[in-house]
Write a protein that binds this ligand. Structure first.
Ligand code: ZN
Length: 188
């Protein structure tokens, strides 16, 4: 059976239009269900955490039902709310955290979730490829900020790596959930 992906909160950013110090940002926050895995990808930073808890409640999920929090990269706007989910393991570039213990993760994380390193925006960038009934969905963090992304990422650590990662994501996905915008169709 395929997994389910739902965008809980659509992210935004004004980092590409406002001056430094004035920008506001929130990542796109997603829910992934694959058999017994209840995963929140990029729990984000919010003015009010209840926005996220309410969105989960509408999807029939309580905070303690979430058993995995997956982080696309280690920028705090993407992970600040991870601590809301007391029962969840935390999946990030360096491993899968269970409390104070950290284990390696497998590339094929579950039947329908595959993890691929996609560096460039940040050296800790991961993309989660989710097999769903409507195709492969890539939760890629800031590999793409949004559908009409600026070609040059002013925050990128390595533009050369980032271009390779963008290509990899588009080649392997039907849909892309970007770091700060709505889901879009992968143009081949
Ligand atoms: Zn971001």
């Amino acid at each position: 059976m395929a997994a389910e992906v739902k965008v809980l909160l659509e992210g935004f950013t004004t980092a590409d239009s406002k001056n430094e110090g004035e920008e506001k940002t929130c990542p796109t926050i997603s829910l992934v269900k694959d058999k017994d895995i209840v995963m929140v990808a990029d729990p984000g930073v919010l003015d009010d955490e209840n926005q996220l808890l309410d969105a989960l409640r509408k999807a029939g999920i309580k905070a303690d039902d979430v058993n995995c929090v997956a982080l696309t990269h280690s920028h705090i706007d993407h992970y600040k709310n991870a601590g809301l989910f007391k029962k969840a393991k935390i999946l990030e570039y360096f491993g899968l955290w269970d409390g104070q213990k950290c284990d390696d993760w497998a590339e094929q994380f579950s039947e329908n979730i595959r993890i691929v390193k996609t560096p460039g925006h940040d050296s800790t960038s991961l993309t989660f490829f989710i097999k769903t009934e409507s195709g492969i969905v890539a939760i890629c963090g800031d590999v793409f900020w949004k559908e009409d992304f600026p070609e040059e990422d002013a925050y990128a650590q390595d533009m050369h790596e980032l271009r390779k990662s963008r290509k990899l994501v588009l080649e392997n996905a039907d849909w892309v959930i970007p770091g700060h915008g709505k889901m879009f169709k992968a143009k081949k």
